[in-house]
Design a protein around this ligand. Structure first.
Ligand SMILES: [Zn+2]
Length: 147
């Protein structure tokens, strides 16, 4: 006689991993409920390859492979260009905020106390002369360009 209960078999079936004792095998042959349990356990313990699962996994892997990856040197490039842009803006601001060195008028030089009032008059004269000369040169260039 086999005095193994279904609970005993279930416990042994889950713990034994396929290697059943003689009493358990006898109970299995006579009990349809435990046969179903053994089948289910065998499916769970030894999963068969699933083509559908394989297809989905491959599809996901392909998507990941073709996704554009952000590389570290591209990240650095972004920072480099941002820093260069900031630098250019700063240079531009400082260039515009400073008066151009070559175009200081004599009045401004006197105001700043850089020269005395005697030289001021001379400078005014030379400034006007220079301006006239520049106008002449400009006129000549204009004539050359016209011909
Ligand atoms: Zn049973």
């Amino acid at each position: 006689m086999n005095n193994m209960t279904c609970d005993d078999f279930a416990l042994e079936c889950l713990q034994a991993d396929g290697r059943l004792s003689e009493t358990a095998r006898e109970h299995l042959q006579s009990c349809p409920d435990c046969q179903a349990l053994a089948r289910l356990n065998s499916i769970l313990m030894h999963p068969r390859p699933s083509p559908e699962l394989d297809r989905q996994t491959l599809q996901m892997a392909r998507l990941l492979l073709h996704q554009p990856r952000r590389r570290w040197w591209r990240e650095i490039n972004h920072y480099f260009y941002a820093a260069a842009a900031v630098l250019l803006i700063l240079v531009g601001i400082s260039a515009f905020s400073l008066p151009p060195a070559g175009e200081k008028s004599p009045d401004l030089l006197v105001q700043n106390g850089e020269i005395g009032s005697d030289t001021h008059d001379l400078l005014i004269l030379s400034y006007l002369e220079t301006t006239n000369e520049m106008d002449n040169i400009e006129q000549q260039l204009y004539l050359y360009a016209g011909n």
